[in-house]
Write a protein of this length. Structure first.
Length: 281
């Protein structure tokens, strides 16, 4: 677990059975880790889009007497990083603010990756699956498709699952019959009900589910064996997902490191691509 304020906050929440509303509060706190030690319960409620009593109940659920006790604890265990908030320019337009928010999301991801163990474990699981289904519906379909495109260059059997419907479980069954032992899921808000149902089905079918989601408190978390969070940006009309995309590439690297013939496959592809004139030099 990262030693950043966001990492320490996430460690505080782990092990607690939180309601969906409480998960929303926790997610908002992780996203604003440098600010939350100084927010009132009313300000935190507004940030998370919940009621003030919900914030109080959240603090009690974590074992504190109330929100003031939680805030005191946060100032001790998750103080803001030096220099946080310095140089902020309120005159920045909404497009600049969205870019800077994405940069912050990437910094949070870098902090989480200070402990490479989860990614390395994911790489072993994905590489060890003879057939690898990659699931991503609606907003997450582009993340799944991008991963599957590159993964197919080093993995012998990658199967993209980017369409819902009644055939989704059939395709999961087919992957299991072909030797799949793991499934990679990209899950981004708003979370389709089909994704939750598909993950639940996949685990019952014996697959180990590795998930990339915007938060450790996402609705897919209870149906994942290994979830690695990467925040999305919410400053524009449509969410931005630079951190989940980059995390997907990191998982590709970890998987390739575990595949003994990955380099040979890449060299073979390059040779054939050159012979066919696939790319403009």
């Amino acid at each position: 677990m990262s030693d950043s304020p966001a990492g320490r906050l996430q460690a505080l929440f782990e092990g607690h059975r939180l309601t969906p509303t409480q998960r929303r509060i926790a997610h908002s706190m992780v996203r604003r880790a440098n600010d939350v030690p100084f927010l009132s319960s009313v300000e935190l409620a507004e940030l998370a889009g919940v009621s003030q009593p919900s914030v109080t109940r959240f603090a009690v659920a974590l074992g504190f007497d109330g929100y003031p006790a939680l805030r005191r604890h946060l100032r001790e265990v998750a103080p803001p990083e030096p220099g946080a908030g310095e140089g902020e320019d309120e005159a920045l337009n909404e497009y600049q603010q969205a870019v800077l928010a994405e940069i912050q999301n990437l910094r949070h991801l870098a902090g989480l990756l200070a402990d490479p163990a989860p990614v390395e474990r994911a790489g072993r699981l994905l590489a060890g699956s003879r057939t690898l289904p990659v699931l991503g519906l609606r907003a997450a379909s582009s993340q799944a498709r991008g991963f599957a495109y590159f993964a197919a260059k080093v993995h012998p059997d990658v199967r993209l699952l980017d369409e819902g419907g009644s055939m989704l479980t059939d395709r999961i069954d087919a992957a299991v019959r072909a030797g799949a032992t793991a499934l990679l899921c990209f899950a981004l808000p708003r979370h389709p009900k089909e994704v939750v149902e598909a993950l639940e089905y996949a685990r019952k079918a014996g697959l180990t589910v590795v998930t990339v989601a915007e938060s450790a408190f996402a609705p897919v978390a209870p149906h994942s064996d290994l979830l690695i969070p990467a925040a999305v940006g919410t400053g524009l009309a449509f969410d931005t997902a630079c951190a989940p995309m980059l995390l997907g590439r990191v998982l590709l690297e970890a998987m390739a490191d575990e595949l003994p013939d990955a380099q040979a496959r890449l060299e073979e592809f390059d040779t054939k691509a050159a012979a066919r004139g696939l790319f403009v030099e």
